[in-house]
Design a protein around this ligand. Structure first.
Ligand code: FA5
Length: 339
């Protein structure tokens, strides 16, 4: 082919390519014709391959014309793509627009999560018994969470609660609280006895999730400091609370246990409120250790007290017969709607 023939072909190919770009009705059609415009077997591809047969001078002229043609087609293609995308976007927005004025009748109402209900109910029960509600931070110092609660630096009981540390300050000086007991210390430091508080809140441990454990869960802490408080007051309060929360015919028992911040310490169990067979562990409790009272600025010669801490996720599970703790966190509305 001569140079002039090729130049004619280039012009014809450009006209045809521009027409097909203009004719593409949407971005998908545009994407579909693109390979046929510029690919190896496209007209431009074949014309480019034909350049090899021309003498150097003609090759330069035709090559430049070919490139200019390709550029014009490429520019038209991208302008057309922008134009079509804008049209499609507008159509999509129009399509997805919701006319809220069209909603008629009753809208389904949400309600408080089962755990929030449990906390509200627990607070109600304790407020009814003369307690006030206190709160504390979820990011705590080692001192509040362990040291002041009589754990000591190398106390093996630190391993009872696998801790998640926060990268702040000295290594292992800041942590996600492993229990609500630091709120006891904060309360003692903030107010004078007599103290009657409950502290509900979220706590964190390096626990593996299973039917009754989660790495994030909730507890409710109770603290009473007054004159002449005895273990009988603790037992009576817990029994009163359990009846108010679960019902009148629940049996309770205290089992000797160990916590560094209480002495003596006990584990508190109730009969399974549904099956009425076997015992279920609700939490720990005990008489506040004199060291803890001293750390809280309270004279153990003058005041005594008790404390308890229950897992509220487990309380809610027991009350409602839930077998998998994880259900409380999965937020499946079919589950939550039942409570
Ligand atoms: C404590 O956390 C003590 N601070 C309780 C306490 C307070 C004792 C005041 C004495 C005086 P313990 O580690 O046993 O104790 O946890 C208490 C309760 O939290 C458990 O009985 C259980 O109901 C709940 N619990 C513990 N770990 C988990 C977990 N991973 N997931 C869900 N609930 C948990």
């Amino acid at each position: 082919m001569t140079a002039n023939q090729i130049l004619d072909d280039v012009r014809a190919a450009e006209t045809e390519a521009l027409a097909s770009v203009d004719a593409a009705a949407d971005t998908a059609a545009l994407a579909a014709i693109e390979p046929s415009l510029f690919g190896k077997s496209s007209v431009f591809g074949r014309l480019k391959a034909g350049l090899g047969g021309l003498d150097p001078e003609d090759r330069k002229v035709v090559g430049r014309a070919l490139n200019e043609s390709r550029t014009r087609v490429t520019d038209r293609l991208s302008a057309r793509r922008d134009q079509l995308s804008a049209v499609e976007r507008r159509a999509q927005l129009e399509d997805e627009r919701m006319d809220l004025t069209e909603v008629t009748g009753e809208l389904p109402m949400g309600h408080r999560h089962l755990l929030s209900q449990a906390h509200a109910r627990l607070e109600d029960v304790f407020v009814g018994m003369g307690f006030t509600v206190a709160e504390g931070p979820e990011v705590e110092t080692d001192w509040m969470n362990f040291e002041a609660l009589n754990f000591g630096d190398d106390h093996p009981a630190r391993d009872m609660q696998d801790t998640l540390y926060v990268d702040w300050g000295k290594p292992e000086s800041t942590l996600l609280r492993t229990h609500t007991s630091p709120v006891q210390m904060r309360t003692m430091l903030a107010q004078e006895p007599p103290i009657y508080v409950v502290c509900p809140g979220r706590v964190y441990r390096r626990d593996t999730a299973d039917a009754t454990h989660m790495p994030v869960f909730h507890q409710i802490e109770g603290l009473v400091i007054d004159r002449d408080i005895t273990f009988a007051d603790l037992a009576g309060t817990l029994e009163e609370f359990t009846r108010a929360y679960f019902g009148a015919d629940i049996e309770t028992r205290l089992r000797p246990s160990y916590f560094p911040f209480t002495e003596p310490s006990a584990e508190y169990d109730i009969t399974d409120p549904r099956s009425r067979t076997g015992w279920l562990e609700l939490g720990g409790c005990g008489m506040v250790h004199p060291n803890v009272l001293r750390n809280g600025g309270i004279d153990p010669e003058e005041w005594s007290g008790f404390a308890f801490g229950f897992g509220t996720d487990r309380l809610a599970m027991m009350r409602h017969g839930i077998t998998m703790l994880r259900e409380l966190w999965a937020n499946d509305v079919r589950f939550l709607r039942q409570f």
